[in-house]
Structure formats: C-alpha cells, structure tokens
Design a protein around this ligand. Sequence first.
Ligand SMILES: [Zn+2]
Ligand SMILES: [Zn+2]
Length: 278
Amino acid sequence: MLNDLENREVNLHTHIYMCRHASGTVEDYCSEAIKSGMKVLGISDHAPLPEHRRSDSRMDMEQVPEYAAMFAPAREKFPELTLLSGMEADVDFDTPMEYFTEGLLKKYDLDYLCAGVHCVRMEDMQLTVISPKKRFEINVFRKFVDDTVRLIEWGIFDFINHPDIMLMSLDKWDSQIEKELSRIPAAAEKSGTPLEINAYGLRKPVVEYADGIRHQYPVLNFWEMASTYRISCVIGSDAHRPEDVFGNSRDAYAIAEKFHIPCVNAEVAKKIIQRRGK
Ligand SMILES: [Zn+2]
Ligand SMILES: [Zn+2]
C-alpha cells in the first residue's frame, strides 16, 4: 500500500492539545486526516525541554507517557491510516542530543523526531522570542542559524521544521542575511536532511516589512537561495487544530515547485515506517 504513496498523502507535522497552544486529540486528527485523503499522519507535538523550560508552550516531561500511550488505541480505531508518533524538538542553550534520543525517542518508543528553533538565547542568557513585531540585529540571526545548524548536524531528525521562521523578524533581505542563512541549506545538503516548507506561516496574517507585504514565513528569498544547494524539502501543515491537518499545504507545494526543490514527504514517511519495523 505504501509503494505508491504520494507526497500529498503524508503530513508529519501536527500539534495536539498537550502543548497548551493547540487543540484536538490524536483521534480527532486521525478522522480529519482520513477525510482529507491522507494515508500517513504523523503527530509531532512540542517536546518538553529540561527543567520545565518554556512549559507554557509544550508538555512537561511527566506528561510524555500519557502522550505516548495515545497512539495504540488510535491505530486500532483507524486501521486505514498509518499513524506515526513523533515530536518536534527544540534546543535551549545546553540541551544535549541524548536528551532527545535516549530520553524521548527510545525511552517512549516514538517513531520519529523533527526539530526547529523557536527562540534564541544570547550570551546574556535572556530568551529572545521571534515575533513579526520585532526586528533583530544580525548577531541574533546568527545565533538562530548556529542553533539550527547544530540540530542538522546531530543527524537525528528526519527533517528540520521551518528553517526560515526567524525571517518573520527581518525587514529587508540583503547579502549579509543571505550569507548567514545560507549556512542552513549548506548543512542540510551535507547531511542529507530535508528542510520543511511550513504551511502554518501561510495561514498567518501577512505583514508589512520594509521589503513589502509578505508572509511571515515561508520567505521566498530564503527558498530561492536554498534551491541553489542540493537539498530536498518536506511540506508540513504544522496544524494546531485538526481541521488544518492539510491546511495550505498546496501553497507550500507551489513554493517547492517554483524553485524546483524536490519534495520527499513520502520518502521520509517510508523511511520512518521501515525503521519502525526493525
Ligand atoms: Zn515549530
Ligand atoms: Zn510545529
């Protein structure tokens, strides 16, 4: 059944109520996914960080057993769907790789991990939250890129979420920012890790920048630059409610097509399924 799997029949980026800023249960997502013709659905709620850090937008470590236990009954209830259990990881300044591999993936027998940077912590240890209302100096972008490249180089993530999300805080694309950001596709090319074109950004309001009115992310300048590297992409709806399970993914596919970036949703799903079977 999975041999003729199409990219559009796979979505590996969704969030349930447990991260405290999304709604719906695993089973709610399963029924929406089936309605929209999906064959493989991955649930990737936000992974906890050590010491309850940023727990306003993610589950706590103590809740992970409850999360992991939601998949077996849903698989039984929806046998026509291949349901994959995952998590979207993020790093804080000193989070080690083993925290995710040993402490989450293996311990709770999850199928996969993806990862994306959502906030950056500069030398003063203050957390810098990325927002369309903020503008940052180049050193903050540099830290975002450093953290993203670190995640890519670990080689434990099946794809990297919204690698251009920080550009929601950028007024104008120029050669300096291009040079910094280009370290992301360069690292992705080297490790063979797909980068996600994230459809959630396409559901958010457009913003007026010095560059003109555009989506907060995905940012076309970034993907044009990224397409000069030998990379692949995953399209993720990044749904925060069940009815968005495919939300705006079509527009994200159009960006991949525009810049001739090969999409590998089906390939990544098959890889995860094969790994699980071992
Ligand atoms: Zn994210
Ligand atoms: Zn997400």
